[in-house]
Write a protein that binds this ligand. Structure first.
Ligand SMILES: NC(=O)c1ccc[n+]([C@@H]2O[C@H](COP(=O)([O-])OP(=O)(O)OC[C@H]3O[C@@H](n4cnc5c(N)ncnc54)[C@H](O)[C@@H]3O)[C@@H](O)[C@H]2O)c1
Length: 346
């Protein structure tokens, strides 16, 4: 069988912990040819550690030697690198968020369409068992017509103190663009990709700007911290759908919460864990599943879906048009907070 030749651009934490092991587990379908990182020492160490033959000093030197690349750089560089790869006829799996602005993400989609190459975005929560079950439940009309979606992606004190996560210029934002994005993506997928109409958002960073904060994920500099650590929002969509949103890296709450629920006109569901709530047999019934939200397995399914789509035997689960919509909502939440009124989307 023909193998997909794969390269990596940016080989920090997520490339080493998730993507390289996931693709190496598919060795009958994938050959990892080389890596590039602006930190050449890191690129060399990673190549040695994972037995990858080549280190490339310029990312575009990778392109003639591969069929596809995985982009795992800080968010600011996603669009530039992905567009260069697509223009060189190379498929792209790009880490989330798609880009730091809607306009940049749009250009990525256009480049993929023009080159007729794949552009997948690493929204791996879709590949968890719980999310797959929730999707089946919606498709099989277990909850009827969805009405209200609730998202709480809440960390009490988990600001990522490493890398560049607290740097707005390099990441485009904080808790929303980094963590909340996964749940917005999951919601629009479960809801059948509805068109957002109006977005109201409010962002905060009061806690992380205050010195001597307790943080479970290591120290960070409160003075240079210039992104959001807590965001609330309200989004309405076509078909009478509405979404209540909250995410945080730091908030004064009792404990971390990961919640996505949809209340429909026939029943309701929660994703973490997967549960169904329905009136049945003249009473209110709750069904509780044994399904897991294992992100390591999800990363492996994501890798397989990308490679199988490169080989023409599957289709992308996360389509670039959907990831673009997530970035559109993120942009609108930030913009709404800045100007203090809701944003009407075209
Ligand atoms: N899907 C998820 O759940 C998830 C989780 C963590 C991170 N991420 C995303 O992955 C990306 C990387 O995050 P990370 O945690 O691995 O960060 P990291 O800081 O550990 O690694 C980033 C790497 O990119 C390199 N780099 C920086 N600029 C570059 C450039 N212009 N060209 C090439 N290499 C460059 C850095 O030297 C570093 O090795 C981010 O977009 C982040 O949002 C996604």
């Amino acid at each position: 069988m023909k193998k997909v030749k794969l390269g990596f651009i940016g080989v920090g934490d997520i490339a080493q912990s998730r993507h390289i092991p996931s693709f190496q587990a598919l060795k009958e379908k994938v050959e990892i040819v080389g890596v590039h990182d602006v930190n050449v020492t890191r690129a060399q160490e990673v190549a040695k550690q994972f037995g990858i033959p080549y280190v490339y000093y310029q990312y575009d030197d990778l392109f003639p030697n591969v069929d596809a690349v995985v982009v795992c750089t800080p968010n600011k560089f996603h669009h530039e690198i992905a567009i260069s790869a697509l223009e060189a006829n190379v498929h792209v799996l790009c880490e989330k968020p798609m880009a730091i602005t809607y306009e940049k993400a749009q250009r990525m989609l256009q480049a993929a369409q023009k080159a007729d190459r794949l552009l997948a975005i690493a929204y791996q929560y879709r590949f968890t068992e719980v999310a797959q079950l929730a999707k089946q439940a919606v498709l099989q009309y277990e909850i009827g017509e969805p009405l209200v979606t609730r998202i709480q992606a809440m960390r009490r004190r988990k600001v990522p103190g490493w890398g560049v996560f607290t740097n707005r210029e390099l990441q485009g934002g904080g808790s929303l663009i980094d963590f909340g994005c996964h749940f917005l993506d999951l919601a629009i997928w479960l809801l059948g990709n509805p068109k957002p109409i109006e977005v109201m958002g409010k962002t905060y960073n009061r806690l992380s700007k205050t010195p001597h904060q307790i943080n479970d994920w290591g120290p960070f500099d409160h003075e240079t911290f210039d992104v959001d650590d807590h965001v609330s929002g309200y989004i309405t969509f076509e078909n009478n759908l509405s979404l209540l949103f909250e995410c945080s890296w730091a908030a004064n709450i009792k404990e971390d919460v990961k919640h996505l629920s949809i209340s429909g006109d026939h029943g309701g569901l929660s994703v973490f864990p997967f549960e169904l709530y329905q009136p049945k047999l003249g009473t209110l019934m709750n069904s509780i599943s044994e399904a897991k939200a294992d992100l390591i397995k999800a990363g492996m399914h994501q890798a397989e879906n990308f490679i199988d789509t490169c080989l023409g035997t599957d289709e992308l689960v996360v389509k670039p048009e959907e990831a673009l919509k997530v970035t559109k909502m993120i942009d609108a939440l930030y913009q709404s907070s800045e100007i203090g009124t809701s944003i009407i989307l075209q």
